[in-house]
Design a protein around this ligand. Sequence first.
Ligand code: RAM
Length: 350
Amino acid sequence: MTSSRTLRKGSLAALALSAALVVTGCSSDSDTESSSTAGGSEGGSDANLAITFLPKNLGNAYFDTSDAGGEEAIEEFGGTYAEVGPAEAAPDAQVSYINTLTQQGVGGIAVSANDPEAICDALNEARDNGVKVVTFDSDTNTDCRDIFINQATSEGIAQVQVDMIAEQIGDEGQIAILSATANATNQNAWIELMEGMLAEDHPNIELVDVVYGDDDDQTSFDKTAALLQTYPDLKGIVSPTTVGIAAAARYLSTSEYKGEVAITGLGTPNQMRSYIEDGTSEAFALWNPGDLGYLAAYANKALIEGTITGAEGDTFDAGKLGEYTVDADGVVLLGDPYVFDADNIGDFDF
Ligand code: RAM
């Protein structure tokens, strides 16, 4: 197992700066209609730079930030930004949106998939009609998209969460995982790796359950309550989703378990700030979702303009983030996860 403690302490200032740049400008104008228009070509290019962001669901602060990063990039290069998406993160909930975007003739789609397979036919029909498809955050199968923008390596994301929970519970006792949807490509990959790392390196930690809050605040809150009731000896919860960790922390913060049951995983600083400050959570991790969306938009632009095809070794310009290279299987890596705690959370605003 790769042991990658990939916390780039030196990147704090850069992350804080870019975080500050992405806090404004979310547009989720509608959950049924795309506001994009085909043919958004400016600046002398005849490429169709109408790019629509399609998150797992609307109303998730993580995607508000990632998509605002996409909007910033698209405005920079003179394209047309839009965001559409379902209210609920269900496996095939994105299909109808993809079909509509294909009919509208957008140039590109940037999508975080709720399921690796369920949206594949719709995406491939879009591609057959000339639409470039970039997945970001949560991938589909590799043959349904041109490029996947990966926030960090799955090993790095799994390792940082295992390290945090081990440290917070003294490396022993029962833990549970509160995930997003049962089909989510990203969470499932991280959970599988976490299970292996726990078994190999942490014999005294027992993973007693994996439950799913569906990236819905109330469901995640209720699943937290149920876990605590079912497992009276629970020492900690790992929630690899920004929706889940915030809901679990909210539950714990007013319960008898506050400070007794650890909560860690992946969260946004703005959603977790009060729980770090009141001691409900010691630390959690994430990457910069704004940069993720920004990079997805630039990758989509390069595909639309035909300067890359998504082949290994392709390089493209990503504005303020610099130049990126496409790795094997059409994957582009953003960077490393970052740990937030009481000492640094004040530096971030997203
Ligand atoms: C939620 C979503 C997203 C994931 C983050 C960490 O916002 O499930 O896909 O990457 O959490």
